[in-house]
Design a protein around this ligand. Structure first.
Ligand code: IVH
Length: 707
C-alpha cells in the first residue's frame, strides 16, 4: 500500500479511494475499456470496505461499496414525478413517409416557408427496455423511479444502484472522457434528473437464460426462462431484493432530462438537445454512439434506413428510431399535446414478432445427423419477410414451450436469425371444447432413413445413426463440402443436390467428381450448357487448399479456424490423419473434444476411403512444411481483426492474408472481443458497431505499421 495513505486522515483516504474506484468503474462499465485488471479494482474495493467498516460514520450512499448488498424491501413505494414522464407519438408507417410527415408537420407548426433552411433534428435509436428517472442532488444519486403511468412511478433506487453503468455520483467536469466536438463544460446542477432506458444486452440475455436453464435442470423451483431481453430487464428492475437484480446484467442509455434546478454557479445552459447529450456523457452517463444529428427529412430517412440495416448486429433490441427537434428553443415553442411532445416522434421498424398457427411439426435431419423439430406455420409476415417454418431447436425446448399442432404461437424473426417459435398463446378463457393436439415427442428413428436415432447423455439433441447411409445427411454433407468457404463448387445448390442424391447418382462425396455430361444433362431442368458449366465448376474446385478441404469434410467441431490451425501445425493431411489425440491437442485452440472428434472421424475406414478417393479424383492442394514447434510469437498473435469499407491499397483478401501471416485472425463480425476494426472508405455498420462498443478503429497505414 502507498505509504502516504497511512499519513492522510481516513476521510481523505476514503474520498480518494472512492474517486479512483468510480473512475475505474466508468472506464469499465460505460466506456467498455477497462483501465486496470479486475484484481486491482477488487483490492481497492476491499480497502475501502475495510475503512468504511471501521468508520461507519463516514459511510455515504454514493460510495461504490453501496451498489451491492442493499436490503430487500417489502413493497415499492410510489413517487410522484417532479415533471411528468411523457410518451412519444408513434409513427407506424414503416416507409420513408413516416419521417417525411413528421418533418412537414414540424415545418408547418414552426411556420417555416419552403425556402427556409432544413430543420436540424437529433435521431436516436428507440431502445426496447424500460424508462427510468434518475434523480441526483448535489451530484449524488438519491432516487430512481420507473415511469409508471407517467405521473407516478415506483421507487426502485435499491435496484438501480446495482447497475454499474449508472453513476452513483456525477463525474466532476470532464472526467467522462470528452469527445473532440464537445460543448463547454457545464456546472453540475443542484438538482438533476436524467431520463433514459434500462435494457439488457442480447448476449447478457442469452447467458442469463442459459443460467436459468441450468437452474431449472438442477431442479430449482420458481425459476423461469425469460421471453425477451425487455421482459428480463423489467423483471429485474422490479425485484424486491436487490441481490437478485445484481445477478441480472442490466445496461443503460441516457436520452433526456427531467427536473433541473441550477446550482449556485447557475447553468447548465444548453441550446440544443445534442449538446445536452454530450454533457450527459461528460457527467458520466452512457449515451448511445448511434445518436446523430440529421438535417431535414432526407437525412431522417437515411438514418432510419441505416439503423434498420444495423438493427440485428447492434447487440441490443430496438424497435424503431426517435426523431427530436434539436433546438431547445424550438422544442419549447412547439410544446405538448396532452401527454406527448410535438417536437418528437417514434418511427417504428417492422415488428419482429407476430402471431400465427402451427400447421404441423416436422423433424429435419442435419449434416451431422442432428434431428431438429420444425414448426410448419400458416404464412406470416414478420421482420420484413414471410415466414412458413420456425425452429423448435430440440426436444426439450419443444416440450418446454409445449407447442402442439393447431396452437396459436408467437414467432420471432430477428434479422438473419432462423425464425423461432417463442411461445404458445393460450386463449384468455380456455373453452372446454377446445381440444389441443398431442404433446410433441421426438421420433426414435430417423424420419428420412429409419436408422435408430439416439440422444446421448448430457446432449440436447437426437442424432440419426445412419451416417452417409442417410440421404438427408448425405445431401447436407455434399452441400457443406461444396460451399464457398470449403472447396467451392459454383452453382451446386440444394435443388441440384436433392436430385443427384434422390436419383441415386451420388452415394458418396467422390461420386460428385464421377458425374459426366450425359448423367447431368439427363436431370430435370438441366440444359447441356448448364451441365457443362457444372463440370467446369467441379474441375475448378479440384485445386484447393488444405484448410478448405479439411473444413469441407464436415468433421464435427472442425470449423474454418480449426482447419486452418491444423493445416498450419501439421502441414500435411497424412500427418493430421495419423496424429494421436495427444498430438492433436498441441494445436492452438484444440482441446480434448475436438481432438477426439478428429480421431473418431479418421478411425473410420470409410472416411479414410472417401479422402483417398477424393485425392484419386484429382483434388489437390499444396502441402507445406509442418510447423512442429509451437508457432513463434508473431506480431498479431492473439489479435482479432474485422475489415470494413474499401482500403486504399489492399483488397479484402490481401489484407486478410497479411493479418493471418502475422498470426492474427480475421473475423466477419464485431464484438467486444474484437481487437481492432480496420476501416476504409464507405465503412458501414461494422464501424458504427466498433464505435458503440469502444473497439479501437485503425486505418490501413496503422495496420501496415503493426505488421
Ligand atoms: S424520449 C418526451 N428517446 O420510448 C420524450 N424515449 O413513449 C420522452 N424510448 O417509454 C422520451 N428510446 O422509454 C426517448 N431515444 C429515446 C427512447 C425513448 C426508447 C422509450 C421511452 C418511453 C417511450 C416513449
Amino acid at each position: 500500500m502507498n505509504e502516504s495513505i497511512f499519513d492522510t486522515p481516513v476521510s481523505i483516504q476514503i474520498a480518494q479511494l472512492r474517486q479512483t474506484l468510480n473512475a475505474y468503474a466508468h472506464r469499465y462499465y460505460v466506456q467498455d475499456d477497462p483501465s486496470v485488471p479486475d484484481a486491482e479494482y477488487d483490492r481497492l474495493f476491499a480497502q475501502l470496505q475495510a475503512l468504511e467498516n471501521s468508520h461507519i460514520e463516514l459511510l455515504t450512499p454514493d460510495s461504490p461499496t453501496q451498489r451491492v448488498g442493499g436490503k430487500a424491501i417489502d413493497q415499492f413505494s410510489s413517487v410522484r414525478h417532479a415533471l411528468p414522464m411523457l410518451s412519444i407519438r408513434t409513427e407506424t408507417d414503416t416507409s420513408a413517409a413516416g419521417a417525411e410527415n413528421f418533418d412537414a408537420r414540424i415545418r408547418r407548426e414552426l411556420g417555416l416557408m419552403p425556402i427556409d433552411a432544413a430543420v436540424v433534428y437529433v435521431a436516436e435509436p428507440k431502445f426496447d427496455g424500460l424508462a427510468i428517472n434518475l434523480r441526483y442532488e448535489q451530484g449524488v444519486l438519491v432516487q430512481a423511479t420507473t415511469r409508471g403511468d407517467g405521473e407516478t412511478g415506483e421507487d426502485v433506487t435499491h435496484n438501480i444502484r446495482t447497475i454499474g453503468q449508472i453513476p452513483l455520483r456525477l463525474c466532476e467536469a470532464g472526467q467522462g472522457r470528452a469527445s473532440p466536438s464537445i460543448p463547454p463544460i457545464q456546472p453540475i446542477p443542484h438538482v438533476l434528473e436524467v431520463r433514459g432506458e434500462i435494457y439488457m444486452r442480447r448476449d447478457d440475455f442469452e447467458a442469463l437464460n442459459e443460467r436459468q436453464r441450468q437452474k431449472i435442470a438442477a431442479g430449482a423451483k420458481g425459476e423461469r426462462i425469460f421471453v425477451n431481453p425487455r421482459n428480463a430487464a423489467a423483471g429485474a428492475v422490479r425485484q424486491l431484493d436487490p441481490t437478485l437484480t445484481a445477478q441480472r446484467p442490466l445496461s443503460f442509455f441516457a436520452y433526456g432530462l427531467g427536473e433541473v434546478s441550477p446550482s449556485a454557479e447557475g447553468g447548465p445552459a444548453f441550446e440544443t438537445h445534442f449538446d445536452l447529450l454530450q454533457t450527459l456523457k461528460q457527467w458520466g452517463f452512457p449515451v448511445s454512439a448511434l445518436v446523430n444529428r440529421a438535417c431535414g427529412a432526407t437525412e431522417l430517412v437515411a438514418y432510419y434506413n441505416a439503423i434498420g440495416q444495423q438493427r440485428d448486429g447492434l447487440g441490443f433490441d430496438i424497435d424503431g428510431v426517435v426523431y427530436k427537434v434539436d433546438s431547445l428553443a424550438w422544442q419549447r415553442q412547439l410544446g405538448f399535446v396532452t401527454r406527448e411532445p410535438r417536437w418528437a416522434v417514434a418511427h417504428k421498424f417492422p415488428a419482429e414478432e407476430q402471431l400465427t398457427t402451427v400447421l404441423a411439426i416436422d423433424v429435419q435431419v442435419g449434416r451431422t445427423g442432428k434431428l431438429t423439430p420444425v414448426a410448419k406455420l400458416a404464412p406470416v409476415f414478420v421482420g420484413g419477410v414471410t415466414v412458413t417454418n420456425a425452429t423448435l431447436h430440440n426436444e426439450d425446448e419443444a416440450r418446454r414451450k409445449d407447442v402442439r399442432v393447431g396452437d396459436t404461437v408467437v414467432v420471432r424473426r430477428a434479422g438473419d436469425v432462423i425464425p423461432e417459435v417463442v411461445r404458445v398463446v393460450m386463449p384468455v378463457e380456455p373453452s372446454p371444447h377446445l381440444e389441443r393436439g398431442v404433446v410433441f415427442g421426438m421420433p426414435h428413428v430417423c424420419p428420412v432413413c429409419a436408422s435408430v436415432a439416439v440422444r446421448e447423455q448430457g446432449e440436447a439433441d437426437y442424432r440419426c445413426t445412419g451416417g452417409l447411409f442417410c440421404s438427408a445427411q448425405r445431401k447436407q454433407a455434399i452441400l457443406h463440402f461444396a460451399q464457398r468457404r470449403a472447396v467451392e463448387v459454383e452453382g451446386l445448390g440444394d435443388k441440384l443436390v436433392d436430385q443427384l442424391v434422390d436419383d441415386g447418382l451420388i452415394q458418396t462425396l467422390p461420386d460428385l467428381y464421377r458425374l459426366d455430361q450425359t448423367a447431368l444433362a439427363n436431370l430435370d431442368r438441366m440444359a447441356d450448357k448448364s451441365a457443362l458449366n457444372m463440370l467446369e465448376a467441379l474441375q475448378k474446385s479440384k485445386q484447393t487448399t488444405l484448410p478448405r478441404f479439411l473444413f469441407g469434410l464436415g468433421i464435427r467441431h472442425v470449423g474454418e479456424a480449426t482447419a486452418k490451425e491444423l493445416a498450419r501445425h501439421f502441414g500435411y493431411l497424412d500427418a493430421i490423419m495419423a496424429a494421436t489425440e495427444e498430438q492433436l491437442q498441441k494445436v492452438a485452440d484444440i482441446g480434448p473434444i475436438v481432438a477426439k472428434s478428429l480421431r473418431t472421424f479418421f478411425d473410420q475406414p470409410h472416411n479414410c476411403e472417401v479422402v483417398a478417393q477424393l485425392r484419386a479424383c484429382g483434388i489437390t492442394w499444396s502441402e507445406g512444411e509442418p510447423l512442429l514447434q509451437s508457432p513463434t510469437p508473431t506480431p498479431l498473435s492473439g489479435k482479432t481483426f474485422v475489415l470494413t469499407g474499401t482500403l486504399p491499397t489492399l483488397d479484402r483478401e490481401e489484407a486478410k492474408a497479411l493479418i493471418e501471416s502475422a498470426g492474427g485472425k480475421v473475423s466477419s463480425s464485431v464484438s467486444k472481443k474484437t481487437s481492432f476494426v480496420v476501416a476504409g472508405t464507405e465503412a458501414g455498420s461494422k464501424l458504427d458497431k466498433a464505435l458503440s462498443l469502444g473497439v479501437p478503429v485503425i486505418d490501413e497505414a496503422t495496420l501496415k505499421a503493426m505488421l
